[in-house]
Design a protein around this ligand. Sequence first.
Ligand code: NAD
Length: 243
Amino acid sequence: MDFKGKKALVTGAAGGIGSAIARALKAKGAQVAIADRDVSGIDATAHLPGDLCDPTYADALPGAAKDALGGLDIIFNNAGVITRGPVTETTDDDWALSLGVNVEAPFRICRAAIPIMAAAGGGAIVNTASCWGLRPGGNHALYCMTKAAIASLTQCMGMDHAHQGIRINAICPNEVNTPMLRSGFAKRGFDPDTAIAELGKTVPLGRIAEAEDIADVALFLASDAARYMCGALVEINGGKPVL
Ligand code: NAD
């Protein structure tokens, strides 16, 4: 996969999977604009910090990336938040945050990016759904619902914008060793390293994913090697699908 001369935007670039995507893109020659609430101290071509729950910021992000990089070929809509618990324990704030970051922000970013990419002759967008967007997981109702929403939106957009040369696909990881997973264990009183080692025993490949395992598949979908893929939902699960 060669990204020389490609211009890419990565959201959630301060997090586990986002920072791995940004590093891999840079290593393969891309110019990268990174977005997150705080991107200070992270190496990139352009830094575009902000809150994805702010509609004005999300709407403007693709244009800002294009201006900063001198073009925009690829977007990774990777930022996400997880809300745990059944709906009866879900607050209005949980709802606004989960829908805002996991669904509304990628919707706004895609809506703004598609005309930019179309005018330039095409592009690629990789959204981050989850195995839990394909099939439900217990006790994470809102998270699963938002990931199902972005999975469906990806399939629809993949169909609707292929004729413009824009390929829109999504990755669907199972458990990944990132701050999102580790903080969940810590909040529930488990030692993250021990819990992750135990969880790894439930995966046929013998371990849960590292961020780089996910980044490589995300880059594949953004690359010319995936030139005939549009609207695909690609599971990355080490042989452990959510049942
Ligand atoms: P992470 O918590 O390490 O990274 C998420 C990043 O998103 C953080 O840097 C955070 O600051 C950013 N973000 C959250 N809300 C934001 C906001 N309002 N404005 C701007 N940035 C915001 O988590 P991760 O595991 O790297 O997750 C990346 C993506 O992968 C997410 O969409 C997540 O749902 C998805 N995913 C993760 C797992 C897993 O097990 N870790 C599994 C399946 C899918």
